[in-house]
Design a protein around this ligand. Structure first.
Ligand code: FAD
Ligand code: SF4
Length: 550
């Protein structure tokens, strides 16, 4: 069947449609129903179930939960491991220098926070939402916006059962139109529809470019003697050079579980750098390697995070809807925390949507939400750390982090000596040509502590219907060869944490191979391709990773 012959889509009407069942989307849904139980609210989620695509640290600041579900501490929830010890180290190749907690800006303290699987927290929030009457449709990706008179009027889910060549298979099912008075976009970092909205409505005009990092994570079941319930440990420095921002996290929680992860800022310059291999190298450091002795790696995944903060948050509203959570970029980089702001922004938007609906409004701009966030706890959280990222980018790790910490201290006291710094170039523009960079030699994995990509992707339980159009769209193949390959030596083969991209030699010519079925939906290619030549579009709903406990 050709596109023109497609049957009309069935349409359903709701008061509010929410795209994405992460902490932001679910908090918005719950809040809406708490304020206005009679309003109809639906959440669509591209993962096969709620939590399947959620990947986070995660040490959570419970401020969001406390406001949304004040009774949660008396319930059986997945929020069970309080932080008991909080350590921060600067690493060298074989040594580690612990930064005394007293020197750390108070906002960095994890006292009172909890170590969780954010996926499990989302599963808990989904139960709460459903109990209030929210409809949740997992396995459905929002593939396009619906517009009416220039305003967003809902979304359409993607068609299912379309073959690689674009033709309908026997299993073809037309997508659904979910129409709404207001639509909230809670897709997380680099949301595919949010990106379109930001462009279409010029939401980032007069803002600094959004900055990103890639976060890779493994979940380990460790030997009981290595387990320290509630230990939170962060590092920066080795194995990254002073010019490359990033660092590690290591959290002990639950039943002998350790979440270990590594973030690399995506404004790195050397196209030979591989965030995946840097993460594997990090685990061999004497400070951490014994934690994993006798343990078993049980899950793996990766996801982009937003790092631009205060300066980069776009205008949140447009006719008919708003951005919430990390789709808007509410992540606090120095704290490596975004889930609390995701929830708070979902709740804040919900309050303004509920007020608009109560006033009989529809499809207009929720200007009061945009006006409210900078003066809210979210704004206060991001304001105090606004110079940490630009200083790190400009001055490198040693001087940048030291000055950033000083600025966070002064901001805690209510002032800054440096005002508000800009971020400079967007991340896709920071790679240097390969000819001016040194290749990096990474060691072969030992398959005990360090691993290769493919055995790692296996642990993400990633699954896509193979006979479907490729969801990673290279706009101009000739440009990919002449620039990505010839000038930058094919960085996609290294930044992709799932081994999706490869340049293979065929009859003496390089050919770009895209193993789309391995994609873990981290969105790094959409961010870091030096020509912005790769567009990540949602694959058939339900495809992608199936993370457990991540
Ligand atoms: C490695 C790493 C470590 C982190 N550590 C911490 C930490 O310790 N503490 C902390 O507070 N925060 C941490 N964060 C940040 C935190 O995870 C995010 O701030 C938070 O998850 C953002 O919530 P969200 O609801 O905005 O988006 P997400 O959690 O990303 O959820 C978005 C949801 O929307 C779905 N979705 C996206 N697009 C579509 C679509 N088109 N159609 C249907 N569904 C869609 C996704 O599948 C997903 O389920 C970390 C992040 C990473 C990557
Ligand atoms: S293809 Fe892109 S989105 Fe998918 S895992 Fe690789 S870098 Fe991430």
């Amino acid at each position: 069947m050709n596109a023109n012959d497609l049957p009309a889509r069935e349409a359903m009407e709701f008061d509010v449609v929410i795209v994405g069942a992460g902490p932001a989307g679910l908090a918005a849904a719950i809040k809406l129903k708490q304020i206005a139980p009679e309003k109809s609210v639906v959440v669509v989620e591209k993962g096969s179930e709620v939590g399947a695509h959620i990947l986070s640290g995660a040490v959570i600041d419970p401020i969001g939960l406390d406001h949304l579900i004040p009774e949660w501490r008396g319930e059986d929830t997945p929020v069970r491991t309080p932080v008991s010890s909080d350590r921060f180290y600067v690493l060298g190749p074989s040594g580690a220098l612990r930064v005394p907690n007293l020197l750390m800006p108070p906002l960095m303290s994890n006292h009172g926070n909890f170590i969780v699987s954010l996926g499990d927290v989302c599963r808990y929030l989904a139960q709460k939402a459903e109990a209030l009457g929210v409809e949740i449709y997992p396995g459905f990706a929002a593939a396009e916006m619906l517009y009416e008179n220039g305003a967003v009027a809902g979304i359409a889910t993607g068609d299912m059962g379309v073959g690689k060549d674009g033709h309908s298979k026997a299993s073809f099912t037309r997508g659904m139109e979910l129409r709404a008075k207001y639509t909230l976009f809670a897709e997380g970092a680099r949301g595919s529809l949010s990106k379109v909205l930001i462009e279409r409505f010029g939401l980032s005009q007069d803002r600094q470019p959004q900055k990103f990092g890639i976060g890779l994570k493994e979940l380990w079941q460790v030997a009981p003697e290595s387990f320290r319930s509630g230990l939170v440990q962060h590092t920066m420095g080795w194995p990254l050079s002073n010019r490359t921002g990033g660092g590690s996290f290591l959290y002990h929680f639950g039943d002998n579980l350790v979440s270990v992860g590594f973030v690399v800022h995506l404004n790195y310059e050397n196209p030979y750098l591989s965030p995946f291999e840097e993460f594997q190298r990090f685990k061999t450091h004497p400070l951490v390697r014994n934690t994993f002795a006798g343990g078993k790696r049980i899950c793996y995944g990766a996801r982009a995070i937003t790092e631009g903060g205060w300066q980069s948050v776009p205008n949140l509203v447009f006719p008919g809807g708003a951005l919430i959570g990390c789709a808007a970029g509410f992540m606090n980089l120095p704290r490596i925390k975004g889930s609390h702001n995701a929830m708070l922004s979902g709740m804040l938007a919900a309050e303004h949507v509920a007020a608009a609906l109560a006033a009989g409004r529809t499809h207009d701009e929720l200007l009061s939400y945009e006006a409210a966030w900078r003066g809210s706890p979210i704004g206060r959280d991001l304001w105090r750390v606004r110079n940490a990222k630009p200083l790190w980018s400009k001055l490198g790790t040693v001087a940048g982090v030291a000055l950033g910490a000083f600025d966070m201290w002064t901001n805690t006291l209510g002032f800054s000596l440096i005002g508000t710094l800009g971020h400079g170039k967007p991340d896709f523009a920071t790679l240097k040509p390969a000819a001016s960079c040194k290749p990096i030699a990474y060691k072969k994995p030992d398959s005990k502590l360090t691993f290769d990509r493919l055995s790692s992707v296996y642990l993400s339980n990633t699954n896509h219907e193979e006979d479907q159009p490729v969801h990673l769209i290279v706009r101009d193949s000739a440009l990919q060869k002449s620039s990505e390959h010839d000038v930058y030596a094919g960085p996609s083969a290294r930044y992709c944490p799932a081994g999706v991209y490869e340049w293979v030699e065929e009859a003496g010519k390089p050919r770009y191979v895209i193993n789309a079925q391995n994609c873990v939906h981290c969105k790094t290619c959409d961010i870091k391709d030096p020509n912005q030549n790769i567009n990540w579009a949602p694959p058939e709903g339900g495809g992608g990773p199936n993370y457990t406990n991540m």
